[in-house]
Structures are given as C-alpha cells and as structure tokens.
Design a protein around this ligand. Structure first.
Ligand code: HEM
Length: 500
C-alpha cells in the first residue's frame, strides 16, 4: 500500500516536473505576448462572460501594450489593439493571420465549415470567396442596386410618414435591410408588411439574442457528446429553421434556373456552377455542390443584414442627437440632389453626408471584435512569437478610439474624414478599419458603402428626424452578439421636410 502511494507520488512529481520543464523551455524559446494572470483552465472568465470585452481589453492594453494574451477556458487568445500591430498582422504578414479558428457551434451552423466567413484559409475558401465576390459585383453594375434601394426605401418612408406617435427607428432599419437582402439574394420584392420576411427577421433576432453570449460547448467541446446543454440543443433546432428557409429558396431557384437570365445572387452562383459543368471542371463542380452554395448564400444574407441595419440605427441615433449636423447633411443633399431621386453618381458630391456615415462606422461598434482570425503558421506580431493555430482577435473598437489618431475620440466629428476643401480625403484615415483589412477584408464592403449612403440620403432628404419633445438624447448603448454595440432603444419622430 505504502509502495503504491509512493509510486503514484513519484509519477505525479515526475509529471509536474516534466510539465514545468516543458513550460520553462517554451518560455525561453518563444517570446509570448503578455497578459494578466488567470485561474488555470478557467481563464479570464470575468472578461469572456462580460459584454464589454472590447472595452475591457482596450483598458488592459494600456498596461500590457498593444498585443495582449488572454485565456478563454483552456485556450490562449491574442488581442491586437492598435493600428500598427493590426496592419502588421493582416497586411504585412500576408496570409499568416488569415485562418479562422474552429468553433464547435460554428461547425453546426456552417455544416462542417462549408461557408466563407467561418471557414479557414484554404483553396476551397479562396474559390468560394472569388465566386461570391463576382456575384456581388453583378449588383454594382448599372443601376440595379440603386433602383432596388430606391423602390424599397420609398415604401418604407411612406409608412414612416404615417407614424403619429414616437416610434423606434430600429424596427424600420431591420425591415428595410432585410427586404433589401431579400431582393439581392432571392430576387424577391415582397410587400413591406410581408409575414414571411417578418418571421425570418424574428428568427434571426432570436438567434442573435440567444447565442450572443456564446456556448459552453465552444470552450468545452466534448460536452456536446456527453451532456449537451439546453442551449446547444436549441442551436441545432434554430440552425435547422434558418437553413430550411435558405434551402427552400435555393431549391426554387434551381428548379426555375435559366442560364441566360440572371435574376439575383442565387442565380449568379448557379451560373458559376453551370460554367464549371460546361468546362467539365470536376474539382470545381465538387466545391459547387448545393451545401457549399447554400452556405455562401447564408453568409451574404446574414453578414450583410446585421452590420447594415445596426449601422443605420447608429446613423439615425447620431443625427437625432446632433440636429445641427443633420441640418448640414440636408443642406448638402438639397444643394446636390434637390427633390429628384438620389443616385449612385451623386456619391462624389455628398462628401459631408458620407463623412457622417464614415464617422458612424468609427464610433458605432457594429462588428464588435470582428470575426476571429487564426494563425496558419508560426509567426510574429509586435515583436512577439505567435504559434500556428492561435486565435487572434482584432479589437476594432480600440483602433477607432485610439487617441494617437483620433483627437477627442468620443466626439462625433465628420470633419475627421474631410480635407481642407471639405472633400472626402483621398487616403483612408489610419486606424479606421470598420471592414477590417487584408485577405479576410469584408467581402461586402463595396456593396455596403453605397447601399448605406443611399439609405441615409433618402431618409434625410424626406424627413427631419427628431427626438420627441422633452426627451434628452440617451447616450447609452447595449452590447449583443460577440460584443457588437447598438444604441439602447430610442424613439424618434419624423417630420416631412418642406423643400424649395
Ligand atoms: C456596415 C456594413 C458592414 C461592415 C461594417 C462589415 C464588416 C465586416 C468585418 C469587420 C468583417 C470581418 C473581416 C475579418 O475577418 O477581418 C466582415 C466579413 C465579411 N463580410 Fe462584412 N461588413 C458589412 C457589410 C457586409 C455586407 C453588406 C456583406 C454582404 C453583402 C458582407 C459580407 C461579409 C462576408 C462574406 C465576410 C467574411 C469574409 C471572409 O471571411 O473572407 N458584409 N465584414
């Protein structure tokens, strides 16, 4: 008995010694980024269970420098908190940081990593990104996007004009953007009070609300096989519901597809498949089977919806908070456009309004901590060693509030984006990366910017947006969905403008 316990003690002591030596050698060989102490295996649970992760990490970076290491459960994650290290990682280090970490929950939603946004850097990812980019460019040709937004906005603005009581603008922003994506992706123009669109929007909102705080299975993956949480089971159910809608739309398109007539984004994907088939390209055909294309569709729809509707919500929030800035936009819109419909061609002359949109993208943190990256090889950033397979988070909030680049960063000031002639600066300001950068830069940036500007212009051309009488601006915001920030619900009133 004594011998046995001695043996166990010896083995344990040996193991601990071995681990200690391994740890010391690793420490000496590699220069890892610094970070605060945490409870082993549990990690910095106070940070990852908080909604204010970007702000908390931003504070830590004042103590530890721009590259901060934090533990999420048993995993170590790296947070990049200033422009220099982000540009080094995403641009100068080429594809080193272009991977995506594997998330157990992501696997469910992407049917095993068959999408673009969450799948890691690989030839298949590159191929799908290229196909999706080509399909999106289709909408920037001619006046297709413009006409679609115009039609859509007109109906929503007419409905807003009928509001007699103060109302929450967010509900309009949600529906406007959802209807737009319905047209881009499915080629459908539905009535603005259409129940199918409302149901899909509700499903999406419930999904964000429910899973915004993350899942235990992402930190302890084997839990799903031995004792799945109720949240995990709900994830499976809701994913099925969302994918069912997308699969049905996709199937309807396959059944009615005509190779020489492109109705929408799904048709563009089917055309790419047709091309590969005509060329007898077997390997491309494999990557273009239904599941992959439905996953691409899901990315475009969901990545496009949330970011755009939250940005619209922030824009109206700032316009009602600073009516004098709103008036300046309206003066510009009246001067450049007058009472005709706004067009994409006006964009070059709407500098002040566009600067307000860019400032909205800086201050409203609509992508939270972006989409996590992963190193695909051993690499370095900011002078620290980052091993292959490390999860890396880009703290866009920290970049957008860095006092080195932004004087008085909490102030809403569109002039930051204008030159001395009040034209948009030709060079993008440093430390402004709402769409990120490098290999993984937002795929929808070229659609999102004109789409958002046209929506903002339509809104301000027609209405004065105000807070109800006696209501003070509410400076609070709430965080949802992996640290995405949106304004706390606020009500507005709209007054038709009288223009000359
Ligand atoms: C205000 C609007 C938008 C903002 C601020 C935004 C921002 C972002 C950011 C920060 C990322 C992560 C980039 C990275 O991993 O470093 C991203 C990825 C992505 N976005 Fe956007 N986005 C917007 C609108 C859109 C729209 C309208 C679409 C589609 C039509 C779209 C499609 C995508 C896709 C597919 C990805 C994944 C790219 C990849 O992993 O390769 N986004 N976006």
């Amino acid at each position: 008995m004594i011998n046995l316990s001695l043996n166990i003690q010896t083995v344990l002591a040996g193991l601990s010694m071995g681990l200690f030596v391994y740890y010391v050698i690793k420490r000496i060989r590699y220069r890892f980024p610094p970070g605060p102490w945490c409870i082993p295996l549990m990690g910095h649970y106070k940070i990852y269970t908080s909604f204010d992760i970007p702000k908390k990490v931003e504070e830590l970076s004042k103590e530890y420098g721009p590259v901060v290491r934090l533990s999420f459960g048993p995993q170590s994650w790296i947070f990049l908190n200033n422009n220099d290290v982000v540009i080094e990682a995403l641009i100068k280090r080429k594809a080193d940081f272009a991977g995506r970490p594997h998330f157990t929950s992501g696997d469910v939603f992407t049917e095993g990593g068959k999408d673009i946004a969450l799948s890691t850097y690989s030839p298949t990812w590159k191929f799908h990104r290229k196909i999706a980019g080509k399909a999106l460019r289709h909408y920037l040709q001619g006046d297709l996007l413009e006409n679609m937004i115009q039609d859509n906005m007109e109906e929503f603005l007419n409905k807003m004009a009928q509001e007699k009581e103060p109302f929450i603008f967010k509900t309009y922003a949600d529906l406007m953007v959802f209807h737009q994506l319905y047209t881009i992706c499915f080629g459908e123009k539905r009535p603005i009070d259409d129940q199918e669109v409302k149901d899909f929007l509700k499903l999406e909102n419930d999904f964000i609300e429910f899973f915004g705080t993350g899942l235990l299975e992402d930190i302890v993956p084997y839990l799903k096989d031995i004792y799945p949480t109720a949240k995990w089971k709900k994830l499976i159910r809701m994913t099925d519901e969302i994918l069912h809608v997308l699969r049905t739309k996709f199937k309807q398109h396959v059944d009615t597809f005509k190779p020489d007539f492109n109705r929408d984004f799904i048709d563009s994907l089917l055309m790419a498949r047709q091309e590969a088939e005509n060329e007898g390209d077997e390997s491309a055909m494999e990557k273009l089977e239904d599941t992959y294309l439905i996953q691409t569709l899901s990315n475009i729809f969901l990545a496009g919806v949330d970011t755009t509707r939250f940005t619209m919500d922030w824009f109206v929030y700032f316009m009602t908070r600073f009516p004098e800035i709103q008036t300046k936009c309206q003066e510009e819109i009246d001067r450049v456009i007058g009472s005709r419909h706004p067009s994409m061609k006006d964009r070059n002359n709407l500098d002040y309004t566009e600067a307000c949109l860019f400032e909205t993208l800086r201050l409203g943190n609509v992508t939270g901590l972006g989409v996590p990256h992963m190193t695909i090889c051993d690499t370095q950033v900011g002078g620290y060693d980052i091993p292959k397979g490390t999860t890396v988070i880009i703290n866009l909030r920290a970049l957008h509030r860095d006092t080195k680049y932004w004087k008085d960063p909490e102030k809403f000031d569109p002039y930051r984006f204008l030159d001395e002639k009040s034209k948009m600066k030709t060079v993008k300001p440093e430390s402004w990366l709402p769409f990120s950068a490098g290999r993984r830069v937002c795929l929808g940036e070229t659609v999102a910017k004109p789409e958002l500007l046209l929506m903002c212009v339509n809104l301000l051309q027609r209405f004065d947006l105000r807070l109800p009488d006696g209501v003070q601006p509410n400076p609070e915001y709430k965080a949802i969905e992996f640290a995405v920030e949106i304004p706390s619900d606020y009500k507005i009133i709209v007054k038709e403008r009288i223009r000359n």
